[in-house]
Design a protein around this ligand. Structure first.
Ligand code: NAD
Ligand code: IPM
Ligand code: MN
Length: 350
């Protein structure tokens, strides 16, 4: 039996705080399954690392990361008002560079209303859907620029890139997930009434791939309407497939309706298996609460469960999820406790 070989990137702010708990829970779950302890390699990356070294992500670090079975990631980024760090520098040159270089074509973001979790919706029920967000394209690619900067005639562009390859890969993955589930429903979310070029590529791709999944029923929704239904009738969704930017926005909303950003997990999946996948909470470095030991580590812990499942440790993954369910049920009427207390409680239940 070979031990799981993991890279761990804590990052900035609450990133290292929640990642520490996720690692402890992951090790506890492996131990409970009689599996060997995972081997861990820590990587110092993020805004603090850049301030200290001037490095965002070197080619050497990227190559070293490629050698691991999977990556557990916390969060990076400075406080929005921190003038020492240019906005977007770490996000683009470190986090997005990793997602692009490791070809994380599918950004998997499940949204489940756990028993006991507090939704702001008045009648939340049966919320259990997955957003399959494209991970390497769209307006995120940095295909833009600025001319005549600072003048009356400035023009700034961010051109969304959508390739047949990238769209097909994420759409196929979404259909596979819908087909493997019970409800077998897929919703394409886009805005093809305005973004006609990309929108039509997405629609044609869904139509074509749908032919291979006769049991899956699919529909289409404009992204603005999707925000309505996520609030008024989220139980109508099963698998949502959408582009990189729409998926980013919809998954913060999905987190909010299922009990908060502190619970939302994600996986950046390399579908082809050519590089390690990376698992991280949907939330960021939360500078407003960093260093206080109060961040909720559940999102990071559930991201570790996604990691375990991805690497074939389904038993350990199931243990983590069951432990989190029980933990959330118990915390329903009181304080959740500190980051360390939540982590210890989940680890104990594992
Ligand atoms: P954020 O997700 O960091 O914080 C939004 C709000 O949610 C804050 O009030 C924060 O306190 C709260 N919150 C987040 N995680 C929480 C947790 N686990 N428990 C309790 N409360 C939690 O988003 P932001 O403020 O827009 O961004 C802060 C920084 O993080 C920025 O630099 C941004 O670029 C970066 N960011 C990074 C990632 C990532 O690394 N994957 C994701 C999102 C944002
Ligand atoms: C997320 C974050 C990132 C994204 C940023 C920090 C690049 O918001 O993981 O949701 O937009 O994908
Ligand atoms: Mn986001």
């Amino acid at each position: 039996v070979t031990a799981l070989d993991l890279a761990v990137i804590g990052g900035d702010g609450i990133g290292p705080e929640v990642t520490e708990q996720a690692v402890a829970v992951l090790q506890a779950a492996l131990a409970a399954e009689g599996r060997p302890e995972a081997r861990l390699t820590d990587y110092a990356l993020g805004a603090e690392h850049w301030l200290a070294t001037g490095e965002t992500l070197t080619d050497e670090t990227l190559e070293a990361l490629r050698g691991h079975d999977a990556i557990l990631f916390g969060a990076v980024g400075a406080a929005p008002g921190d003038t020492r760090v240019p906005s977007g520098l770490i996000e683009r040159q470190m986090l997005l560079r990793l997602r692009f270089a490791l070809d994380h074509g599918v950004n998997l973001r499940p949204a489940t209303l756990y028993p006991g979790a507090k939704s702001p919706l008045t009648q939340p029920r049966d919320i259990d859907f997955t957003v399959v967000r494209e991970g390497t394209e769209g307006p995120y690619v940095g295909n833009g620029g600025v001319i005549r900067e600072g003048t009356e005639h400035e023009i700034a562009t961010e051109v969304s890139v959508n390739t047949a390859h990238g769209v097909r890969r994420v759409v196929r993955d979404a259909f596979e997930r819908a087909d493997a589930g019970e409800r077998k429903r897929l919703t394409l979310v886009h805005k093809h009434n305005v973004l006609v070029h990309a929108g039509h590529l997405w629609r044609r791709t869904v139509e074509a791939v749908a032919a291979d999944f006769p049991e899956v029923t699919w529909d289409y929704m404009h992204v603005d309407a999707a925000t309505i239904f996520l609030v008024t009738d989220p139980s109508r969704f099963d698998v949502i497939v959408t582009d990189n930017l729409f998926g980013d926005i919809l998954t913060d909303l999905a987190a909010a309706i299922t009990g908060g950003i502190g619970l939302a997990a994600s996986g950046n999946i390399n579908v082809e298996g050519t590089a390690p996948s990376m698992f991280e909470p949907v939330h960021g470095s939360a500078p407003d609460i960093a260093g206080q030991g109060v961040a909720d580590p559940v999102a990071a812990i559930l991201s570790a469960a996604l990691l375990l499942e991805h690497v074939g440790e389904a038993g350990a993954a199931g243990r983590v999820r069951t432990a989190v369910w029980a933990h959330l049920e118990d915390r329903a009427d009181g304080d959740r406790g500190s980051t360390a207390e939540v982590g210890a409680d989940v680890a104990r239940r594992v």
